[in-house]
Write a protein that binds this ligand. Structure first.
Ligand code: PEP
Ligand code: MN
Length: 622
């Protein structure tokens, strides 16, 4: 049973309801879900719960029909996000936890941690207490191992996750690590579950070797009932009759869990398969199936590993897998962010006066809003703006810390206005992000496709859905400025014969109905956004540089510039020409290079570029 309170409820009225429930003998937990306070009654009191319906401040009394309550999707509809230090599991970013099976020595742990960090892992895993099938196998370094983990965090900045096998380890875990893991063999060790339920650390709860999803969720419920809701579910393979792999990875658990629970899901393909060659294919599949995170065993010398060597990836293999994940993630609306740790550090260093906002174009639910969220996570607040120039002006004036602007779409090409604005304003590109554009046809609740006579969308979106719209000749196309604005306009009009083309996120935000999803003609529809700021901050390693330059109006002028790139073996990933304001037939060139042009080793190249151009400016390094 849950009580959904009125979103405008004053705090003293809510407190009154809580007191009444306590007096009735109810045991409750309160959350905020979709903007409303929700009280879950986990143990009924003396009063018939239906009676709560009449109490002022309570909007609805709804049943929670599943056996698991606090962790159920019925209780909390929004996805949970679990923070391990600065890293958030759940949401748009794929989190990768990597490291050896066990801590073997300081040197071993540090070597592997540095390698996995270099390749993009954001959390480190390694066991100090190892539950082994044989009492004669290596049992772990115990407290010494935990101390090593704390040192790894100190030196690398990676949060550390380790297995806890007994309640008496709780004080040491609190002291040394950032998250605890309940191993498969302990999934139903209820005393251990009760213990971690009282701890102040996030818990990675592995699925038992022969546990059903229901049993697994009930174990999670034990932890939540104890008061700790920072739970991440880890599928690590279950026992089946199949001997070709150590276990059978149940990837179908992902969509099943996504429906049953709000908790984030991590997939461990290492223990699932037990065989190195099988790890990467299953990791890729896990991301495609909707996993929030991966846990991968990596060892620099697996032949001499004290446990699970045969399933541990070599660091370089792990690096290749990370590149695959980076490519796959946008297809399912997520990102593998190689800059995640740097970014969180940067955001935490922002001074108090900083606005902590990112300006984007359109209304909430715009693709630019999605891009801002995917780039920054929840650390920065996205702020809508009417025009692209408003974004540049806000960043230049310090009213917004960052701006997120679309630069190019894989189908409809460049957004020229932004190239012009980059030329006009002295701002810097500090990062970029590519997201998949999946359009939906959105209308009022209860509207039917047959009734729709007008479809509002910006011209590129209409063009991207041409084949889809051709099926409905009775729908006329109305061009508007932005997708999210189209949804707002349809909403405000109250007209059930109008629809908009926009993201499903916009439909949710405006509480509208999705008539059709994925209506773009070509599914390979991606938009690249640039993140702009006043200054370059805190970047040590730079992979790309964006420059803008002009050449004299003489034969071979551009060729001379291209020759410089050729001489230095620099890969050019984009070249775009734009007319110069007020100088007909003269052009500026915008280029992206795979190099850090400000690096001292390329000083002579920069000089040659300056010599061969009339104007030259570095727009961005990221
Ligand atoms: C581990 O993660 O090293 C481990 C022992 O996992 P599991 O409990 O899944 O076997
Ligand atoms: Mn292991």
């Amino acid at each position: 049973m849950k009580l959904v309170l009125n979103p405008q409820i004053p705090p003293d009225q809510e407190a009154g309801i809580q007191t009444m429930l306590a007096q009735d003998g109810c045991v409750t937990r309160t959350i905020t879900d979709n903007g409303s306070r929700v009280i879950g009654i986990i143990k009924k009191g003396t009063r018939n719960p239906d009676k709560y319906q009449d109490i002022p401040g309570i909007d609805r009394v709804l049943p929670v029909s599943t056996a698991h309550k606090l962790v159920s999707r019925e209780f909390q509809s929004e996805d949970s996000r679990v923070a391990i230090n600065n890293v958030v599991v759940g949401g748009d970013r794929i989190v990768v936890i990597a490291g050896p099976c066990a801590v073997e020595s300081l040197d071993q742990a540090m070597t592997i941690a540095k390698q996995v960090r270099r390749y993009g892992a954001v959390l480190f895993r390694a066991g100090a207490y190892k539950p082994r099938s044989s009492p004669y196998s290596f049992q772990g370094l115990e407290e010494e191992g935990l101390k090593i983990l704390a040192q790894v965090r100190e030196e690398t900045g990676l949060g550390v996750v380790t297995e806890m096998t007994s309640p008496d380890q709780a004080p040491l875990m609190e002291k040394y690590v950032d998250a605890v893991q309940i191993g498969a063999r302990n999934m139903q060790n209820f005393e251990l579950l009760k213990c971690v339920g009282k701890m102040g650390k996030p818990v990675v709860l592995k699925r038992g070797l022969a546990a059903t999803i229901q049993e697994w969720l009930m174990s999670a419920e034990y932890i939540a009932a104890g008061g700790n809701t920072d739970i991440i579910l880890c599928e690590r393979g279950i026992r089946t009759f199949e001997p070709y792999t150590r276990n059978t990875l149940d990837l179908s658990a992902i969509p099943v869990l996504k429906q049953l629970t709000h908790l984030p899901i991590v997939i461990d393909p290492s223990h699932a398969t037990g065989i190195r060659e099988k790890v990467s294919p299953m990791a890729r599949a896990a991301v495609a199936a909707g996993a929030d995170a991966l846990m991968i065993e990596v060892h620099h010398d697996p032949d001499h590993a004290l446990s699970d060597g045969p399933q541990s990836l070599y660091p370089e293999q792990f690096g290749r897998l990370m590149r695959d994940i980076y490519t796959i993630a946008p297809v399912v609306g997520k990102q593998l962010d190689f800059d995640y740790l740097k970014k969180t550090a940067l955001i935490h260093e922002l001074d108090e006066k900083a606005s902590r906002t990112a300006a984007f174009i359109g209304e909430f639910g715009a693709y630019s809003h999605k891009a801002a969220q995917a780039y920054f996570g929840d650390d920065i607040t996205p702020v809508p703006m009417k025009e692209f120039t408003d974004i540049f002006a806000a960043v230049a004036a310090g009213r917004a810390e960052y701006g997120v602007i679309p630069l190019e779409n894989s189908l409809s090409g460049s957004i020229h206005e932004n190239f012009d604005l980059l030329q006009e304003y002295d701002l810097k590109i500090i990062g970029d992000i590519t997201i998949r554009i999946q359009h939906a046809l959105i209308a009022h609740k209860g509207a039917a496709k047959e009734q729709i006579t007008q479809v509002l969308a910006p011209p590129p979106a209409l063009a991207q859905c041409r084949n889809y719209l051709a099926q409905y000749p009775w729908m006329s196309r109305v061009p508007v400025g932005a997708t999210s604005r189209a949804v707002k306009q349809v909403k405000d009009s109250g007209d059930k014969t109008c629809a908009a083309i926009a993201s499903t996120m916009a439909a949710e935000i405006f509480d509208m109905e999705i008539l059709d999803e994925s209506i773009e003609d070509n599914p390979r529809n991606f938009t690249r956004f640039a993140v702009i700021a006043k200054e370059f901050k805190g970047r040590k390693k730079v992979a790309k540089t964006s420059i803008i330059f002009s050449t004299g109006n003489k034969p071979g002028a551009l060729f001379e510039v291209m020759k410089v790139f050729n001489t230095y073996g620099i890969n050019l990933v984009k070249l775009e020409s734009r007319p110069i304001h007020g100088k007909p037939w003269e052009y500026m060139f915008y280029a992206d290079l795979e190099a850090d042009i400000l690096h001292k080793d390329l000083a002579s190249m920069k000089q040659s570029l300056e010599e061969n151009t009339e104007t030259f400016r570095v727009l961005g390094r990221y």
